[in-house]
Design a binder for this molecule. Structure first.
Ligand SMILES: [Zn+2]
Length: 255
């Protein structure tokens, strides 16, 4: 439920409601409710139910309904079909349509965090999200997730959030070590992609974003990183396939 991984759905569902209220519902496949460290509920189901609330309460929805009566009166929440799955310790099929199959596995980040794999006749894509290793800090063999590695075996493409080793506590960015350690480093992702046999590794959710001199309040040692710096980190991990360094619309990621 980290906002930088969910807020895009708000825009998507608003547009769907706006232009295609009569269309099929959107299946939202996510983990069952879980508890935050202070005991609050993390709930994908509630998130979906309230996805239009800000615009309903601002009056925008009523205005739009007056402009077009074909829109659903309950707002975009009426277009979501939420499907939750219980804790998945192994890759588990959570959705399918014909020969397209989606598998999920829960992986370490915050409670309820899950990684997904989409198998299609054209190929397979794994989306790791913010997954990290079960061991929250060194000593450990890698910063990457054993669950994601299991899910990614034989997949063509791995898409994964990443942090560059320059943010590590051995450098002087001042970035909090627990936050650094809970992400997967670009170098370790290169090693994992090599082990699973992926053809492509796409880095997203870059910490730090390319060319940024700071990650929020934290200065980047040596100045801004380039695409080549990220690719080098992946090569250092032993990956010989194709690396794509994605750009994020959000200029500073909140890990
Ligand atoms: Zn996160």
């Amino acid at each position: 439920m980290h906002s930088d991984h969910t807020e895009g759905l708000t825009d998507m569902m608003q547009l769907r409601w706006h232009f295609n209220s009569g269309g099929p519902k959107v299946d939202l496949v996510c983990s069952d409710d879980s508890k935050s460290p202070l005991g609050h509920t993390l709930s994908c189901r509630k998130y979906a139910k309230h996805i239009g609330d800000a615009l309903i309460n601002s009056g925008e929805m009523a205005q739009r309904l007056a402009e077009n009566k074909k829109r659903l009166p309950g707002g975009p929440a009426d277009l979501i079909n939420t499907m939750t799955f219980p804790k998945a310790s192994e890759p588990t099929m959570v959705w399918s349509l014909g020969n397209v199959k989606v598998y999920a596995i829960n992986s370490r980040h915050i409670p309820g965090h899950a990684s997904y794999r989409v198998d299609t006749p054209a190929g397979s894509v794994v989306i790791g999200g913010d997954a990290g290793n079960d061991a929250p800090k060194p000593p450990r063999a890698t910063s990457t997730s054993a669950q994601v590695e299991k899910l990614a075996m034989g997949a063509d493409i791995i898409v994964h959030s990443t942090i560059h080793p320059v943010m590590g506590p051995d450098k002087d960015s001042g970035f909090p070590p627990p936050i650094y350690y809970r992400q997967s480093t670009a170098t370790d992702l290169g090693s994992m992609a090599s082990r699973t046999g992926a053809k492509h590794l796409m880095l997203t959710h870059l910490i730090p974003p390319m060319n940024a001199k700071r990650q929020g309040p934290f200065p980047i040692p040596g100045g801004g990183l380039t695409e080549a710096d990220y690719k080098q980190a992946v090569t250092d991990g032993g990956f010989a396939g194709n690396t794509v360094v994605g750009t994020d619309l959000v200029s500073v990621q909140m890990p």
